[in-house]
Design a protein around this ligand. Sequence first.
Ligand SMILES: Cc1ncc(COP(=O)(O)O)c(C=O)c1O
Length: 359
Amino acid sequence: MGQEVVSKGMSACSHGGVYSVNPNLVKVDCSSSINPLGTPKRAIAAVKKNVASLAPMYPDPECRELKKRLSHYLRVDPQWINVGNGAIEIIYWFAQAFAKNRVVIPAPTFCEYELASHKAGAKVTLVALNAFEIDADQIIEKARGADAVFLCNPNNPTGMIATREIRKIIESVGSSTKILLDECFIELTDEPNTNSMMSMIEKFENLVILRSLTKSFGLAGLRVGYSVCTPSLLDKLSINKIPWNVNGLAQTAGIAALADKKHLPKARAIVKKERKFLYDNIRRLKKFSPIMSSANYFLVDLHGRNSTQFRDTLLKKRGMLVRDCSTFTGMGTRYVRVAVKTHRENLQLLKALEAFDRG
Ligand SMILES: Cc1ncc(COP(=O)(O)O)c(C=O)c1O
């Protein structure tokens, strides 16, 4: 049964990415899990074409055109969509708006839920995963009387999908408890439509679904995230929104990216094939055990070796950056997370791991 784990409080959160280490050492960043194809070419072209006209101009504070495109993409009314400076901005809005006294968060998961809730002044109840699986009954029980629950599907860092359990939680938690369901990685799983809860937003007025173009369309540097919920919840959620929160180039890139209908299906096919390739080959090694996931990243068990030291060694010797998972609350020190990238990059990672295995 899932148990409570202790929150790390205000100091809990750190991330991967080249700036988490000495950026000059990084040849391949396998710590950030974004679309292996990167940014769609047409989004790059749109930024280049529009930079001179957009740079001196205030952007649309309501992101109207982008919302229209998102509305087509998601088949939801634009009035149900909020756009943020990355999904991260919306996580902080959510915490500031709703996390007054106590929130419930499974652990391990994306650390910003915990930090944002602490910063909003809420007490955090963490519920440990069971062999990396979410314990729906424990979450439901702990959510009694809580202001909010944070959920992530697929979860970060495990990459595991928990659609059935998450549906049960949404259906069981009281309507006064707000739910933030983070689906930022769902579009890169094999069956996003089956696993997404997007169809439940009309029925559940306490549900906010969070998505991001930073991962699905490789716009991490430009920062575009969005949420979907009922208009009345949206008003409360965005009470702390500042004007012009999404810059004009990010809006233009997002609009162009969404017009590329092939980018995501192509990336999904690569992720499916390459995840298996990387997993099967890491599995053959003596010093590592990969843990299968449904996402564009998965965990690797280092058989007791320290994950921070391992990350630093692999970076120094081979220029390969993996995500040290010791900073995820409740994760311990024996796991790293690797992103599923292009075949060439995955081969580079494998070579580095094979050299370590022999050493
Ligand atoms: C699960 C999860 N949600 C949200 C975010 C933030 O996404 P964005 O880049 O859109 O702010 C991250 C970033 O790593 C994440 O892992």
